[in-house]
Design a protein around this ligand. Structure first.
Ligand code: FMN
Length: 312
């Protein structure tokens, strides 16, 4: 058998390999571009930093803290606003030899639609919707924790763009499948699972909360088992509709990525591990290729969702 094919068609976005660098972990990629040894062709796509309609300063510091096998972040969606990203940043980065995916957020449903409209006329290959932010208009609960509101967000984004839409699911819910079903019915083309888990850190010397925002999102190796289960659950409702999943949460190696593919991911996201090694995305892709070759698979697609029950 020849070399396995790492190409993936993810919701209509043609990826050279299944590895995606995750939103918030590489900014708009410009630091990576300056990094010796980094090659955009080594990863399938880059999800850009979460972008809102107008510029945001983010939360008060400290905004990140290391935890056991992971990190907590409360950046608070600091970004220069959608118009600036499309007019000033994308012209500089739009020709890189990888796919760019916008990551959008809003403080009400209409804002999501407006941000999508701004990105519709830009070189991004798709739009990822972050529904983990608080819905200011309707009481402050995250859009992603209410299936009906999540569906309305997808609907508003669908009306604003003809580009592929990927809805990023929050694990901070009772049953992630309910939200997944609602956004599939509302027309999402793909799903990302999972966003960070809410957490907190305490400083017993000062008696203060470590993060300026008290709470933050937990990511990194610590969340991998949670993320795997959530991907496996989401696959159950997404697979019958042919909706692909970008699995993520603590992926550090090619083996980690293969676990997510077996559980139902068509693409795999690498985020927090980039803070240790910014070149890690390429290494994960190489690891997936080696696994495919060794296990006799000729494509990523042939491995997706093939997880078996333990034999006795
Ligand atoms: C510092 C930081 C900033 C993040 N910013 C965003 C963001 O703007 N939008 C978003 O959807 N997810 C954001 N995330 C979540 C990641 O994209 C990813 O879904 C999550 O961290 C799980 O993957 P990981 O364990 O590989 O990091 C952020 C994560 C970190 C660590």
């Amino acid at each position: 058998m020849g070399k396995p094919d790492l190409k993936v068609d993810f919701a209509g976005i043609q990826l050279a390999n299944p590895v995606v660098l995750l939103s918030g972990c590489v900014g708009f990629g410009e630091d990576l571009a300056r990094l010796e040894g980094f090659d955009f062709g080594d990863v399938g796509a880059i999800c850009l930093k979460g972008t809102t309609l107008t510029a945001r300063q983010g939360n008060p510091p400290p905004r990140v803290v290391e935890t056991a096998s992971g990190m907590l972040n409360a950046i608070g969606l600091q970004n220069p606003g959608a118009r600036h990203v499309v007019d000033e940043i994308l012209p500089r980065i739009g020709n890189w030899p990888t796919k760019l995916i916008a990551n959008i957020a809003g403080s009400n449903v209409e804002e999501y639609g407006e941000v999508a409209r701004i990105f519709d006329n830009s070189p991004v290959a798709g739009i990822e919707i972050n529904i983990s932010c608080p819905n200011v208009k309707e009481g402050g609960a995250a859009f992603g924790s209410d299936p009906l509101v999540a569906a309305r967000v997808v609907d508003a984004v669908r009306k604003g763009t003809s580009k592929p839409i990927i809805t990023k699911l929050s694990p901070n819910v009772t049953d992630i499948r309910t939200v997944a079903k609602a956004v599939i019915d509302s027309g999402t083309d793909g799903l990302s699972a999972i966003n960070t888990l809410m957490g907190m850190a305490v400083d017993i010397v000062s008696g203060e909360a470590v993060l300026g925002n008290f709470q933050g999102g937990l990511s990194g190796a610590a969340i991998k088992p949670v993320a795997l289960l959530q991907v496996w659950r989401v696959y159950e409702v997404a697979q019958p509709h042919g909706i692909p999943i970008m699995g993520q949460g603590g992926i550090e190696t090619g083996s980690d990525a293969v676990e997510f593919i077996l559980a139902g991911s068509s693409a795999v996201g690498v985020g927090t591990s980039l803070f240790k090694n910014p070149l890690n995305g390429g290494d994960v892709a190489v690891g997936v290729g080696e696994y495919l070759a060794e296990s006799g698979h000729d494509s990523v697609a042939s491995l997706v969702g093939t997880l078996k029950a333990r034999s006795r």
